[in-house]
Design a protein around this ligand. Structure first.
Ligand SMILES: *Cc1c(COP(=O)(O)O)cnc(C)c1O
Length: 433
């Protein structure tokens, strides 16, 4: 993989040896080429933003698409993968991925839409308990979603939304600081399991337990956690959660989201008698086509479904979830820890002499596959990632003004990719005198 005539460096030799010993599953993915580049493929570090396409996705989607041509409406029951119960093919793998009972998960809609549907049930503000706790560096969609929910219930969003911040001079949150903010005024805690900007993995079980002790409902946005770190949502007693499927789950741009609702909140079991928004997919499947005027919601997360789901959008999610199911999240986490530690070690070799600083927690238990690098020296993140891409074939993600995010993804990233990224950064960012 090196230029003819160029000697392989010690470091590169080490990376190739690590890749031979710990290869991952790159052969299952289409890695974008680096046209006219030094290496055939790009070194892809943006899987936390949009995961790469599994090779199987195309043929499986085409098979589902062809069932429509061959069967028309009869495909609902007669397609190779019948459309009527199609979502059930996703439920088991999704449940295993997040540590849920199969009745506790469903794949539907997009993430922010699902957060709204879930808040219909789980944000029930009262005059003395109406606040929503989020992290100050929440993904903007979550911030807008909770603000609009508070406003829709007649509260002033500036007053109703509590944003927890890192301490002065720190980049990440401390569990005890989050917990300390969950007062008797907080109705809902809605945090990102892994923060999109810093890559920090919060202590989901501890914060969930503390939120419950304080009388709050606790939900999690797992957009950056699902497919990245092992989750045990049922055992952790999480009330609800949602995650998109296009980041670590590799199901394609805008892919359908997953939802978790703890079984104690399922219709008929929920002592709070929470409301839900309903449609014909909220009623039990057995009598759905009786077309009765009143719904009979199932005792499962499927009761939160509204519309009949888009089969051709579910197909790539199914393919991806089956990959995770086959390989296993715990196995992937092990490789992820090794790969991220390697990237961290290489970065440590170049950051002290440059205006670069890793802001992701150094403790592997407090992060997933992402290392966020804060850049100084007047460099802008967007300009830097452009150089990384066009001069070095390294795809990283910029969060303006000053954060570059690198995600070595255990399914398909290589140790050699990590080396390429760090060598590119070293060349693109001058040493400070
Ligand atoms: C990626 C991401 C989103 C995106 O929301 P969509 O509804 O899928 O567009 C929302 N929240 C978080 C925390 C994210 O990481």
């Amino acid at each position: 993989m090196t230029e003819p005539g160029r000697p392989i460096s010690e470091g590169e030799r080490e990376a190739f040896a690590l890749d031979a010993a710990d290869p991952g599953h790159r052969e299952l993915f289409d890695v974008p080429p680096w046209p006219d580049g030094y290496y055939p493929d790009v070194a892809y570090f943006a899987g936390n933003s949009l995961g790469l396409r599994p090779k199987a996705t195309r043929s499986e989607l085409l098979a589902d698409l062809d069932a429509w041509a061959e069967l028309g409406v009869e495909g609902h029951l007669e397609a190779g993968r019948p459309w009527l119960p199609y979502h059930e093919l996703l439920t088991g793998p999704a449940a295993r991925l997040v540590g849920a009972l199969p009745t506790e998960t469903v794949v539907m809609n997009s993430l922010t839409v699902d957060l709204h549907l879930l808040m219909v049930s789980f944000y029930r503000p009262a005059p003395d308990r109406y606040r929503i706790l989020i992290e100050d560096s929440a993904f903007p969609s979550d911030s807008y979603a909770v603000r609009s929910q508070a406003a829709w219930h007649g509260f002033d969003p500036d007053d109703a939304i509590v944003r927890v911040r890192p301490r002065d001079g720190e980049d990440c949150l401390r569990t005890e600081d989050v917990i300390a903010r969950i007062g008797p005024d907080v109705a809902l805690v809605l945090l990102g399991g892994v923060n999109y900007l810093t890559g920090e993995l919060l202590d989901i079980p501890a914060i969930t337990a503390a939120g419950h002790a304080a009388g709050a409902v606790v939900g999690w946005d797992l957009a950056h956690a699902a497919g990245n770190v092992p989750l045990r949502l049922h055992a952790w007693d999480v009330d609800f959660a949602a995650w998109c499927s296009y980041k670590y789950l590799n199901a394609g741009p805008g892919a359908l989201a997953g939802v978790f609702v703890h079984e104690r909140h399922h219709p008929a079991d929920d002592r709070a008698g929470r409301p839900r928004f309903e449609g014909w997919w909220s009623t039990e499947q057995a009598t759905r086509f009786a077309m009765a005027p009143l719904s009979r919601p199932p005792r499962s997360a499927e009761a939160w479904q509204v519309s009949n789901p888009p089969i051709f959008a579910m197909s790539p999610v199914r393919t991806s979830l089956e990959l995770f199911d086959r390989i296993g999240m715990d196995v992937l986490r092990e490789r992820s820890l090794r790969l991220t530690a390697y990237l961290e070690r290489l970065l440590a070799g170049i950051t002290p002499s440059r205006p670069l600083r890793v802001i992701t927690p150094a403790d592997p238990a407090r992060r997933g596959a992402q290392l966020s690098v804060r850049i100084g020296g007047g460099l802008r993140a967007g300009e830097l990632t452009k150089r990384l891409r066009f001069e070095f074939g390294v795809i990283a993600d910029a969060r303006e003004p000053d954060v570059v995010r690198l995600a070595p993804v255990p399914l398909y990233s290589l140790y050699h990719d990590c080396r390429r990224a760090v060598e590119a950064l070293a060349e693109a960012v001058p040493e400070t005198a």
